[in-house]
Design a protein around this ligand. Structure first.
Ligand code: FES
Length: 139
């Protein structure tokens, strides 16, 4: 695997940032990739349109772990308008690229972030959503 991945990807695969859950998250979103059956949940604490904290749980390949980890770093402390501009290409670029066959893995993180912004903006800020999510191996 190491010949195909950048040093940054490997770093995030082996030392993923912000893994876990947030008990008082006011946005919880999940995304899945139907082509491989992998799944991701982001727990996010948003106040006044700013992401104050974000953690994730994942069942997925190395590229999915690395892109989710990088996504949390890209949005930490950011305004939701900026979060909405982050897409799979930006996440992959922040990791110094991904092999073409792994680009689809970065879609999970990007689509979950966009869903998080939409969820926050469509609900009363501070309200905790009741979402059932799958069990993850790193929970
Ligand atoms: Fe499933 Fe990468 S192969 S997300």
């Amino acid at each position: 695997m190491s010949e195909h991945y950048s040093a940054k990807v490997l770093d995030h695969v082996h030392n993923p940032r912000n893994v876990g859950s947030i008990e008082d998250a006011n946005v919880v979103v999940q995304a899945g990739d139907p082509s491989c059956g992998d799944a991701l949940v982001f727990f996010i604490k948003i106040e006044k349109d700013i992401i104050h904290d974000i953690k994730f749980l994942i069942k997925g390949c190395g590229a999915a772990i690395a892109t989710s980890s990088m996504a949390t770093e890209l949005v930490m402390g950011k305004h939701l308008d900026e979060v909405f501009t982050i897409n799979d290409q930006k996440i992959a670029a922040a990791l110094d690229g991904l092999p073409e066959e792994k680009m689809h893995c970065s879609n999970m993180a990007a689509s979950a972030l966009h869903a998080a912004v939409q969820q926050y903006r469509s609900t009363v800020a501070g309200e905790s959503p009741q979402i059932e999510y799958p069990t993850f191996p790193n929970a």
